[in-house]
Design a protein around this ligand. Sequence first.
Ligand SMILES: [Zn+2]
Length: 270
Amino acid sequence: MSESLPPEPADHSRAPDCSGRTILVVLAHPDDESLACGGTIAKLADAGAKVVLLCASRGEKGAVSDPALIAGTDLPTVRARELGEAARILGISEVCLLNHPDGDLRWAGVPQLHVDIVLAIQRHKPDGIITFGEDGLYWHLDHIGVHERTFTAVKSFGPWAPPLYYVTMKEGLMHEVVDAARANGAVLKGRPFNVEPDAFGDYAKPPDFVVDVRDWVPRKLAALRSHRTQIGPDNALYHLTGEQARRLLGVEQFRRAPLDAGWDSVLEQL
Ligand SMILES: [Zn+2]
């Protein structure tokens, strides 16, 4: 549990030119990219960076907001389509959607996932890599598995390892999102993503820096809502107004992994 407040957002009037830079984002499921760091991705893309997303699974074990959305097809196909739409909204250049087993990412196919991440680093030569922190956003074992594999894969590059960043969520954020949705009259039958709202960010270590993404929140929210099988009327994020979303989702937070990367990335300057 973090006792210190995250640092104030920096002055972003002098956002860097990120053209020629590549950022690799390694996450577990379709929707992680939008929920965890959709604003930062969109901001990077607008600044000229090439953002590549490696998504380890197709999210086939997740709950479905409305069975009608997968009528005549199957959930992995629909989630892949939703991810493609979110990627388009956020400006992601390339999505590499792997087929590791949703729900088993920490234990199944460990060597293969390691190799997949190493190959992505070799192919894209990123200037920086984003993945989950040790807390997996809300102690989600798939997220923790991807954190572990990514750390090990990046570390294997030794002194040539690109800087690695852990994205975390602010403690109490999802509780505020639920309160805001209820204040708007939403009747929520379930919990967001079937998780206790207070679990989000509860175990996160304090961030090293935050990125002000308030101006990118409309795209972050649109990307989140493109995951329609996950974010339906029972999900608090469905009900936020634009003003509430800007206030609640406008800051994303990161911590630098304890690796001796040979250079700095653009993330700290965003
Ligand atoms: Zn996830």
